[in-house]
Design a protein around this ligand. Structure first.
Ligand SMILES: Nc1ncnc2c1ncn2[C@@H]1O[C@H](COP(=O)(O)OP(=O)(O)OP(=O)(O)O)[C@@H](O)[C@H]1O
Length: 322
């Protein structure tokens, strides 16, 4: 699968023909990707699809077998050190030391990057403030909540002002409120700093919420790529639910409106379709001419769960290409 390349500023990440095998196991089988600067891209896929391997390759931790990869304007194979200086990785490779305080962790990172006393101090105060950690700055990380640890992890990545951040499962295990705070912080990194985010997550809701574009990886191949809306249009599953105002109208209408399921007690009927204007208009006009009263009408679009299940199932039932 290929994305259409449009002329414009240099992409943050561009990948062509990426392949990686472990022994005879082909983990990545020719991946093409273009991620524009200042956007959030999410790579989704079932367990073992090759997401971590992709991130490890793009962040210079392991080598690809084949493929042309450009990250932050540099050829990954030829200039891995320059690429490393432009990126940040947070998540499962977390560098947070739980015995130190939040501030000490940030100071350690600033020292590693040779920011110097005053520049480093300024940056640390700014990050503590921005990530809501000023009050907890002098407490050991061991006493932090899960959400605070994640925020500190991201703050540490930001000490070096990376242009691209690989964000692995940023909200795994967090409660809904901490999750929303994290999402807001991630959005601000993109909006205010122009950072590009490469997100891997198991939560489809998270990808839907944050990502400008999503690619779906299954068995080492990209089986779909697009905006969350575009992906949702790829699978059927949309439907309209009509709740009738009275039993008489319900009985008269149901045989004629193409209902695929009905609930006689609740006086509701479900009609397949993505809720396009034409379908809705025809339905409402017909109900009107028949003098059928509708109490409620709701349109359900398929969600990313539907897309994920449909497309990853399709690809796993395909003949293996190896
Ligand atoms: N070092 C390795 N040696 C051999 N096989 C490996 C190695 N690393 C990964 N694999 C295999 O490559 C495949 C892809 O693994 P990867 O961790 O990239 O998947 P993933 O999509 O990140 O999965 P998960 O969601 O479970 O983390 C798996 O079948 C895995 O067993």
């Amino acid at each position: 699968m290929r994305t259409i390349e449009t002329p414009g500023p240099m992409p943050a990440i561009s990948v062509t023909g990426l392949r990686k095998s472990y022994g005879s196991h082909r983990v990545l089988d020719g991946i093409d990707l273009t991620i524009p600067q200042g956007t959030i891209f999410s790579l989704l896929g079932p367990n073992g699809a090759g997401k971590t391997t992709t991130v490890q390759i793009l962040s210079t931790l392991i080598r690809a077998d084949a493929g042309e990869i450009w990250v932050a304007g540099h050829d990954l194979a030829g200039e891995p050190d320059t690429v490393r200086a432009a990126i940040g990785v947070t998540g499962q490779f977390s560098a947070v030391d739980h015995l130190l305080t939040g501030e000490e962790n940030l100071r350690l990172m600033a020292d590693l990057l040779h920011l110097g006393r005053s520049r480093g101090g300024r940056r640390i105060r700014e990050l503590l403030d921005r990530f809501g950690l000023t009050d907890a700055a002098r407490k050991p990380v061991a006493a932090y909540s899960g959400g605070m640890r994640r925020r500190l992890d991201l703050a540490m990545t930001m000490v070096g002002t990376p242009r691209i951040i690989f964000l692995d499962e940023p909200t795994a295990g967090l409660d809904p409120r901490s999750r929303r705070t994290m999402w807001q912080i991630v959005r601000e990194l993109v909006e205010q700093d122009g950072v590009t985010i490469f997100l891997t997550t198991q939560y489809l809701e998270e990808a839907d919420e944050l990502a400008d574009r999503i690619a779906l990886l299954s068995q080492g191949e990209l089986v779909a790529e697009g905006t969350p809306q575009e992906l949702k249009r790829l699978v059927p599953g949309g439907h309209i639910v009509v709740r009738f105002a009275d039993a008489d109208g319900y009985r008269r209408a149901v045989p004629h409106i193409g209902a695929t399921s009905r609930d006689d007690a609740a006086l509701t009927a479900q009609i397949p379709g993505s809720g396009g204007v034409k379908t809705l208009k025809n339905l409402l006009e017909w109900l009107d001419t028949q003098a059928v009263d509708v109490a409620e009408l709701t349109v359900h679009t398929p969600d990313l769960d539907d897309v994920f299940l449909t497309l990853t199932q399709e690809s796993s039932t395909k003949e293996p290409s190896r």
